[in-house]
Design a protein around this ligand. Structure first.
Ligand code: 5AD
Ligand code: FES
Length: 359
């Protein structure tokens, strides 16, 4: 690329943002330029905010996160609850405890419950379906979202039939090569993509996503992620910065960048105007204002913690995770305040994704 002066650079960047906004696409060079963020990002964030407002107004959707098990059969190099981490105390919640979290959440205005956990063989299809259908039966006006990793297509189908309607499964890396560096042999990029496609075909609203600044990740990898997302057309997209955990093989790898995370978030909003995009806990962990900044860069979902307080610290995906000392009610009001201070409004309805079959 030729050398631009400051004015020319700003003009070039404005053109890129306009193209992205109007065509909902951009070539690799343009995306790389926006991700690199030379010059102020205000224009990118404003464009993302404008698009999100035209689709969703000032609504921010609330999801109650129940981290119900930190047992995991996998050994992802970045994750604090990986199987080989012998230092954490493991826990799992039974059906009654999970239902009690939902009851508390319902009182607090939650209409979506996100059950997230490690890949814990204790939760067989029978056990998990029983939990999902119990929630579905007691809270027929609520949505159940699952985030429990890779399972067989039959298993996903059974969970759908039990009443789950949304599924979060970050693809982590669309590049086979990077995926292989982040995960031990036995986990595969192709397997992960297969799960996402199965989930979609079954009829789940599907969420994919990744960690920004994961060890070994280059801007080119992020382009591959974007291209994969364009193919998948997910309903939800979760991104946050990679954050180190002291008891993983990646303990010495530097944290991801908040700025790049925010830029990618804004780009995703422009590419996927309809999408539900959370302002994640990892963003709030890397910076005290991270979640507010995420909302202003295009995010429209927050996921306060509804897990029992005594277990929160044990769900340690990365170091210094926030919200581990709070009660559910505190977490709910804390986030409400943050949403308001960012200039948005917390809504408590089920909040399905907007129709986007035309994309
Ligand atoms: N830093 C940031 N995010 C992480 N996750 C797991 N470990 C880390 C970490 N060290 C993310 C993964 C996973 C989601 C539940 O949490 O992307 O899909
Ligand atoms: Fe949990 Fe603020 S969101 S305490």
């Amino acid at each position: 690329m030729k050398n631009y002066g400051a004015d020319e650079m700003n003009e070039y960047k404005s053109d890129l943002i306009r193209t992205l906004m109007n065509t909902r696409d951009l070539d690799d060079a343009g995306l790389l330029q926006l991700l690199a963020g030379e010059g102020p990002d205000a224009e990118l964030f404003t464009a993302a905010d404008q698009v999100r407002k035209s689709w969703y107004g000032d609504a921010v959707y609330l999801r109650g996160l129940i981290e119900f098990t930190n047992y995991c059969r996998n050994d992802c190099y970045y994750c604090g609850i990986r199987r080989s981490n012998r230092k954490i105390e493991r826990y799992r919640l039974d059906r009654e405890t999970i239902l009690a979290c939902c009851r508390e959440g319902y009182q607090l205005g939650y209409r979506t419950f996100v059950l997230q956990g490690g890949e814990d063989p204790h939760y067989t299809d029978d056990v998990l379906c029983d939990i999902v259908s119990a929630i579905h039966k007691e809270f027929p006006d609520c949505a159940v979202t699952l985030s429990v990793g890779e399972r067989s297509r039959e298993s996903y189908q059974r969970l759908f039939d039990a009443g789950a309607r949304r599924y979060l499964l970050r693809h982590e890396a669309a590049s086979e090569e990077l995926y292989g560096k982040l995960h031990p042999a036995g986990m595969s990029c192709a397997g992960r993509k297969r799960c996402l496609r199965d989930l979609k075909e079954i009829g789940f609203q599907v969420g994919a996503g990744l960690m920004v600044g994961a060890p070994g990740q280059t801007p080119q990898h992020l382009i591959e992620d974007i291209r994969f997302l364009q193919e998948l057309k997910p309903d939800m997209i979760g991104i946050g910065p990679y954050l180190r955990h002291a008891d993983t093989p990646f303990r010495d790898c530097p944290d991801g960048s908040m700025e790049v995370t925010l830029r990618l978030l804004a780009i995703l909003r422009l590419l996927f105007p309809y999408a539900l995009i959370p302002s994640t806990t990892a963003l709030g962990t890397i910076d005290p204002q991270g979640r507010e900044l995420g909302l202003r860069a295009g995010a429209n979902v927050v996921m306060p913690n509804l897990s029992p307080r005594e277990n929160r610290a044990q769900y340690s995906l990365y170091d210094n995770k926030i919200c581990t000392g709070e009660e559910s009610a505190q977490c709910r009001s804390c986030l409400e305040m943050r949403v308001l201070s960012a200039g948005y409004r917390l809504v408590t309805d089920v909040g399905d994704v907007k129709e986007h079959t035309c994309f």
